[in-house]
Design a protein around this ligand. Structure first.
Ligand code: ADP
Ligand code: MG
Length: 682
């Protein structure tokens, strides 16, 4: 069937070659493209009472002209026209710049509708538009589009009006009647009208509500279809672990697992045993004890005769994991190896050979693990720590190394639920929502930089009691070199202050791997008292005796990262402290500092971070895995997201959805997306 919407925009009146080119620049070729180009806001022409209008806000008033207009000429083509008008009880001045022709049009006693910016202090409106006569009923909102070049808003509005009129009712309705009914959503025709030319505020709101739902439903259908496809098509391996041996291992661990740890271990083990491929996200706040969960899971795979891999984002962390896992699992007869960038060629060759032969049970490393020459004998389980630092591509490569190994992603950056079900919606999620018993809340203080001496005194007090401290140096935008320079300076200062009393040392990304090794080992062993460092210690480093952290220029960090950093202390039995040294210049910065002092709860901070920075920045600039929504906003539309998700789960698992005529258009969109073939949507 030939629909009007598939026709070229050239069929509309008033579109010549030039306009068509402008439209093409915006990606608009057909009438469909055009009407799905939504305005980014509406000019609000609703009448307002001046008494209730805040300073500097746009306002539209209906008023009576109370004075002859006067015009002042301010040089070439510049003029200032001023007139007094009475709006309700307010006698105010209205000023128009460079519109002196209005002088002859404004007559005393006439009613006019004026829009402009309200200068409350001076009781003046800086007029932008004026219409003669009282305000028209249906002229509350005018759409404002994001346009390019010489294309004028007014022209574009006219084209849009024409297109919508032409299309009329000739549009298919992608949402089934049942859902429209259930949520009282506007029809597609009404909603399009409401998006572009709303009758009133409610119309605009309802139109938006419909499109937000539709967009999120489409998205969740894709995610859920993907999940289903993974479950059904990807044959994984069934890891028949030895429960007896796992239990025995758990009994040798020097602490009792928390209930949350036990729960997630069970969830993971269930997945391991099943023949489908595990695709699970393990979330747990800093210090919640994810490493031991990883160790148990890897051991489970080993008891079934499989190899395991543990991938960490930094060498320091990989080394530390190797150390922890060795101390726990070596007594169980597990052979663990560390592959890092600094592994010597000869040693490396030997190691790879052993790995290939299956003599190594668990391989730990950074992304060195995903190089082509690393070949496993029979990889059964891959765990990546702090997975948000890995790109989608790296995750895929590692997965492809084995015959569909089970995959567990661990993250200490609590991900707000809205983001989790969008970015990781096709995964199962386990959450460790409990800290080991006896942990004390980390006391966090925010001090100004001129209070540095007090901070150093407090640090010394901790050192005197045998504790250790971290001093984190500011992050200098995108420049590791400057970060290092900064850390070196801070280190030299502190070393001077503490000379002969405490051992201060330095850690940063540019140290020779051997030196990094030494510093980390000595800090772990308590031979170094104060560790000055860049953010390389951010992730995962575990030194329970460290009870004090000072973060220079803390406002340069995002909340998620600050929380990560802070998580380096408070990991043992001692009361710990975190001092944020910062003179933030923005409100946002101040709010972040306040939030840090108010809560230790990573999930709360994550929500706050999302609110302050928006979803795009939450995961950092690189791979967010988040789709670009036209209408939906993950921060504000989280309730709708939740509803759309539940609906999508229901639909995907319902035979009716795959057969019935009502769902035809939703199915078509799903097919186009590629999700049915297992393609990820980002
Ligand atoms: P994270 O989840 O941040 O990676 P870790 O796995 O590094 O946390 O654990 C933090 C510290 O808590 C480590 O010293 C670890 O040995 C210890 N730990 C883990 N689980 C428990 C527990 N159930 N009881 C006591 N200490 C624990
Ligand atoms: Mg960790």
């Amino acid at each position: 069937m030939n629909h009007v919407i598939d026709e070229s925009v050239l069929n509309l009146k008033g579109i010549g070659k030039e306009t068509a080119e402008h439209l093409a620049e915006l990606g608009i070729y057909t009438i469909k493209d055009l009407i799905w180009t939504f305005p980014y806001r509406h000019e609000d022409f609703r009448l307002k009472d001046l008494a209730e209008t805040p300073h500097n806000e746009r306002v539209t008033i209906e008023a009576r002209v109370e004075s002859e207009p006067t015009v002042q000429f301010l040089g070439r083509n510049k003029s200032r026209l001023q007139v007094k008008v009475l709006a309700g009880r307010h006698l105010v001045k209205v000023v128009f710049f460079n519109q002196n022709y209005l002088r002859t049009k404004l007559t005393l006693g006439e009613i006019v509708t004026i829009s402009g910016k309200w200068d409350r202090g001076r009781q003046v409106i800086n007029g932008t538009t004026i219409k003669f006569g009282p305000k028209l009923d249906n002229a509350d909102f005018e759409p404002v589009y994001s346009l390019k070049g010489n294309l004028q808003q007014n022209k574009f509005r006219k084209i849009m009006r024409q297109a919508l009129d032409l299309v009329g009712e000739d549009l298919y309705e992608p949402l089934p009647f049942e859902l429209l009914e259930q949520y009282k959503l506007l029809s597609i025709v009404d909603a399009l009208e409401g998006v572009h030319f709303p009758k009133d505020a409610n119309h605009a709101k309802q139109a938006r509500r419909r499109f937000v739902y539709e967009e999120l439903l489409d998205f969740q259908l894709r995610i859920q279809a993907l999940r289903k496809a993974h479950r059904e098509n990807e044959k994984g391996i069934s890891i028949q672990y030895d429960l007896q041996r796992i239990r025995q291992f758990i009994s040798t661990i020097p602490f009792d697992l928390t209930n949350a740890q036990k729960r997630v271990v069970n969830e993971i083990c269930k997945d391991l045993k099943e023949p489908t491929r595990m695709n699970r996200l393990l979330q747990g706040d800093v210090g919640s004890g994810k490493t031991i969960v990883a160790a148990i899971s890897l051991y489970a795979a080993v008891t079934a005769g499989f190899q395991g891999a543990l991938m960490a984002p930094t060498e320091i962390l990989a080394e530390q994991h190797a150390h922890s896992l060795n101390s726990w699992l070596e007594p169980m007869g597990v052979n663990i190896a560390l592959l890092s960038g600094s592994t010597k060629t000869k040693e490396r060759k030997l190691l790879l050979d052993q790995l290939h032969k299956g003599e190594i049970d668990i391989l730990i490393g950074t992304h060195a693990l995903i190089q082509p020459e690393v070949v496993f004998h029979n990889l059964g389980l891959v765990i990546t720590d702090e997975q948000h630092r890995f790109g989608v591509e790296q995750r895929r490569v590692l997965r492809d190394k084995g015959v569909n190994p089970d995959v567990l992603f661990m993250t200490a950056t609590p991900i707000p639920r809205t983001l989790a079900i969008t970015a990781f919606g096709e995964m199962d999620v386990s959450i460790i929502d409990e800290l080991p018993a006896g942990r004390k809340q980390i006391e966090t203080h925010w001090l100004k930089k001129d209070q540095l001496n007090a901070v150093i005194a407090k640090m010394e007090q901790e050192l005197r009691q045998g504790r250790q401290a971290y001093v984190i140096c500011p992050l200098i935008e995108e420049s590791e070199k400057l970060d290092v320079q900064n850390a070196v300076e801070v280190y030299e200062q502190l070393d001077l202050i503490y000379k002969g009393k405490y051992k201060v040392d330095l850690m940063h990304g540019r140290l020779h791997p051997d030196d990094k090794d030494r510093v980390m080992r000595e800090f772990t062993e308590g031979k170094i008292d104060v560790l000055v460092s860049t953010t390389v210690v951010e992730v995962g480093v575990n030194v329970p005796n460290a009870s004090f952290m000072m973060i220079y220029d803390a406002d340069r960090f995002g909340l998620a990262q600050l929380h990560q950093l802070r998580g380096r202390v408070g990991r043992g039995e001692f009361q710990s402290y975190c001092v944020l040294l910062a003179d933030p210049k923005t409100d946002d910065g101040k709010e972040r500092m306040m939030s840090m002092t108010e809560t230790n709860d990573g999930f709360k901070l994550a929500e706050k971070d999302l609110e302050l920075r928006g979803p795009g920045d939450f995961f950092g600039k690189k791979q967010s895995g988040l789709p670009d929504f036209k209408m939906a906003d993950l921060v504000h539309d989280y309730r709708t997201l939740e509803v759309a998700r539940q609906d999508a789960v229901k639909l995907i698992n319902d035979d009716e959805f795959w057969k019935h005529e009502d769902y035809k258009y939703l199915r078509e969109k799903l097919e186009e997306s590629g999700a049915l073939n297992g393609d990820r949507i980002d």
